[in-house]
Design a protein around this ligand. Structure first.
Ligand SMILES: Cc1ncc(COP(=O)(O)O)c(C=O)c1O
Length: 393
């Protein structure tokens, strides 16, 4: 049984990392492992492909991969997949279309790499691009990203990604890919309107239910049509926020998840998710602009997505501090106000959670790994992609 890192979390994290300079990023390994177990339980026997963009740390990705229930990596760049493949990994699905011609050419030129990596396409336009730009493209393995958004009249709920939605659309892409010598090895359906939105109220819950029903029917039809034309190794669907429904769809062969391992603030309000915050960062107090205020060094690690206050880092509530609305989280310094300010001295740490998961790793070269079970101490370090000199956008 894992012990939850109970308040005062900030004081405990500060004590555990007192010997390390700040700003610093931390992963609580006990929370990370507990989250991994929760995701596997939600997937109910369906393997989970790890969304690497949501971790961006090789040792932590490998830690999850070493557990039962996780199989294969969902990469976000072809160059990233080549890096993993050369490190000995052979089940790599690149989830986003790429126009990185040198990387695609490198992949096509090496049959061992081609066996390890599937790249994403979503249209005849992609097929023609690869056929035109990538020498030796014959034999490249591709998967088709199928639009999983919900359309109700003119309303579109979900992400704007693939133009390919119906069985006929998918058949047309498969036929063109096969004509051009590509091997169609998979399909992917990412239901962002279910997986990526918190359960903020009854209307949201209703929309998710309708979308799940619509997708269950359409996915089965699309997969059946594709299987009539191609040997599919992979039919991927879902994300952290939809494992609890996508695992029920027998047309899928696997699920995807990543963010749930870190449990950033955007995943706090999902009915089906009971995760523990596992990733934090600390910014040290460097000045005191006035009574009831402190300014920390660093902190402006704002998440991608629609801009707004849900995307900024959140100071842990127990510190009684909040961001100043006019300044937000700053490029080099972040001012905070509240009753906690006058309890802090220069050099003390303010602990935050990021709004999203993997983006935090782009700001640090490593995570300090702490164990809350093991007496709140640093038990290791995990390099981020950035710390390994890797940057895939
Ligand atoms: C294609 C795809 N699958 C799955 C996911 C889910 O990832 P996570 O579990 O980190 O939310 C995403 C996230 O954006 C995605 O783009």
């Amino acid at each position: 049984m894992h012990r939850r890192l109970s308040p005062p979390v900030a004081a405990r994290l500060s004590a555990a990392t007192a010997d390390l300079p700040g700003p610093l990023a931390v992963v609580d390994l006990d929370a990370f492992d507990a989250n991994a177990a929760t995701l596997v339980q939600l997937a109910a026997g369906m393997p989970i492909r790890i969304a690497t963009k949501s971790l961006r740390s090789r040792p932590l990705i490998e830690r999850a991969l070493g557990r039962g229930g996780f199989e294969g990596l969902m990469c976000y760049a072809v160059r990233e997949a080549l890096w993993w493949a050369r490190d000995g990994h052979d089940d790599l699905l690149v989830a986003y279309p790429s126009v990185d011609v040198p990387a695609l050419t490198e992949l096509a030129a090496d049959s061992a790499l081609t066996r390890a990596v599937i790249v994403m396409i979503d249209s005849v336009e992609h097929v023609d691009f690869i056929a035109r730009e990538v020498p030796g493209h014959e034999g490249l393995r591709v998967a088709i990203d199928v639009d999983a958004s919900l359309r109700v009249g003119p309303a579109h709920m979900g992400v704007r990604r693939s133009p390919t939605r119906t069985p006929a659309d998918v058949e047309a892409v498969i036929r063109r890919a096969q004509e051009r010598g590509l091997v169609v090895a998979g399909l992917m359906f990412y239901d962002a309107q279910i997986a990526g939105l918190p359960d903020s109220g009854p209307a949201m819950r209703k929309m998710k239910k309708i979308s799940d029903g619509e997708l269950r029917t359409r996915r089965a039809e699309v997969v059946a049509a594709a299987r009539a034309l191609a040997d599919l190794e992979v039919v991927n669907g879902g994300g952290t926020g939809s494992l609890h429904v996508t695992h029920l769809d027998t047309s899928l062969t696997e699920l995807a998840a990543g963010s749930g391992l870190f449990a950033p603030t955007l995943f706090d309000r999902y009915d089906a998710l009971s995760l523990r915050p596992a990733a934090y960062f600390a910014a040290p107090v460097v000045r005191r602009p006035g009574e009831g205020m402190v300014t920390a060094y660093g902190g402006g690690y704002v998440a991608s997505g629609p801009p707004g206050w849900s995307r900024v880092p959140s100071p842990l509530a127990e510190q009684d501090l909040s961001l100043i609305r006019r300044e937000g989280a700053g490029e080099v310094q972040t001012p905070l106000e509240g009753s906690g300010a006058d309890r802090l001295s220069l050099g003390d740490r303010i602990w935050f959670r990021h709004a999203k998961a993997g983006e935090l790793a782009e700001r640090f070269t490593e995570f300090a790994l702490v164990s809350s079970d093991g007496g709140d101490r640093v038990v290791g370090r995990a390099a981020t992609y950035r710390g390994e000199g890797q940057c895939f956008g």
